[in-house]
Design a protein around this ligand. Structure first.
Ligand SMILES: Cc1ncc(COP(=O)(O)O)c(C=O)c1O
Length: 389
């Protein structure tokens, strides 16, 4: 059976060029970049090259990129790292950190943890398309707010936030702006200066790089308290011997993305639009998320009378991999906090499915999914107590 992967928001297959670039750094160039001998210097050169490729994709300087173990760690380092430097604010009133109700757990859970440490957090509402309410942002900012953390694009419904406007508002108040850009990087052109971003989290395995490596952009001059203490790697911001093969992989993934991103975006958007158009021909099916301001690879659809998990399993039987939520929460079977935040009720939320395309998907695959989906929906509806036609 042919297998079709439509779950690229959860992870991507490593690109062959990325893998080939990494391989020599496991066996041939295995030096520790902190060592000053030739083995170490070879590894350090590769790390420097990688840093340039990451910075070039974001429009920042090389010394503003810090390697981490992934998106979650970058989010933790950014938010805790700024919060710990503002500990005295815990005694003051008003929100200290402002975030949105639809963040990934990598941000939400950090904020919840900080609440237990005495910080106050405001979770901004979003509209029915998943866009953060900017008026609510403006009125929420208080004298004690030191950080705003709002994701660039949502991992479930794909909605892209008005990041530039958010950044402007935040900077007008002299506050720092962090964005979780794990889903947006390579699918939205990002320029950290233009978008007024101070801290940005990215992850390699979402962009055809290896798992277990990511980066945090920290604007020059911004102080972040480390959360790992040790040998003082990454200018003391993130101790631990550098994951050289992983870093080389991330660098290569960014280098490739920079070259091919414009074309990839057009191809994915065309196929994604075809998929949405075909699937929405099914009776009582609806698109979740913003109709235009959405990631080029995201199709998130809700079907009346359908239970998302059953749909996912039926599609899986046909070789089609999709998701009912973010990969991190898909085992919890709770209604998605993102779908509840855009105003869906729990039944509607459970009747939704995410299909996220990648650069290797083809028109034939999309047509196959478009053919199979109505048959599965009809079969499931015949058995569904939620479908009373
Ligand atoms: C928006 C977002 N932030 C953070 C993460 C976590 O990234 P990582 O898996 O590299 O820790 C993910 C992964 O699903 C994500 O989609």
């Amino acid at each position: 059976m042919k297998r079709i992967f439509l779950d690229h928001a959860s992870t991507t297959k490593i690109d062959n060029e990325v893998l080939n670039a990494m391989l020599p750094y496991f066996s041939q160039y295995y030096g520790n970049p902190s060592s000053i001998h030739a083995f170490g210097r070879e590894a350090q050169e590769a790390v420097d090259d990688s840093r340039s490729h990451v910075s070039s994709l974001l429009g920042c300087r090389d010394d503003e990129i810090f390697f981490t173990a992934g998106g979650t760690e970058s989010d933790n380092l950014a938010i805790k790292g700024i919060a710990y430097l503002n500990k005295e604010k815990r005694k003051t009133k008003g929100p200290h950190i402002i975030t949105s109700a639809i963040e990934h757990p990598g941000v939400l859970e950090v904020c919840r943890h900080l609440e237990t440490q005495g910080f106050k957090v405001k979770y901004l509402p979003v509209d029915t398309n998943g866009i953060v309410d900017l008026d609510s942002l403006r009125v929420s900012i208080s004298n004690n707010t030191f950080l705003v953390s709002i994701m660039f694009a949502n991992n479930e419904i794909g909605t892209i936030q008005p990041t530039e406007e958010i950044g402007k508002i935040v900077h007008e108040h002299g506050i720092l702006f962090h964005t979780d850009a794990v889903q947006a990087v390579t699918k939205v052109p990002i320029d950290v200066r233009k978008h007024h971003i101070d801290l940005l989290a990215l992850s390699s395995h979402k962009i055809y790089g290896p798992k277990g490596i990511g980066a945090l952009y920290i604007r020059n001059g911004i102080k972040v308290q480390p959360i790992f203490h040790g040998g003082g790697h990454e200018k003391g911001i993130r101790s631990s011997t550098l994951n050289v093969p992983g870093i080389v992989g991330l660098g290569k993934a960014c280098e490739l993305a920079k070259k091919r991103m414009t074309k990839d975006m057009i191809v994915m958007e065309t196929l994604r639009n075809l998929l949405i158009k075909n699937i929405l021909e099914i009776e009582e099916s609806y698109l979740n998320g913003h109709p235009e301001k959405r990631l080029v690879n995201n199709a998130h659809i809700r079907f009346t009378g359908i239970e998302g998990e059953s749909l996912l399993l039926s599609l899986d039987e046909k070789g089609i991999a999709t998701s009912t939520g973010s990969a991190c929460s898909s085992q919890k079977l709770q209604a998605s906090h993102v779908l509840l935040a855009i105003g869906l009720d729990p039944v509607q939320a459970h009747g939704s499915i995410r299909m996220s395309l990648g650069r290797e998907n083809t028109r034939e695959e999309i047509m196959y999914v478009s053919k199979v989906m109505p048959q599965i929906i009809e079969k499931l509806r015949q058995m569904s107590p939620l479908w009373n036609r």
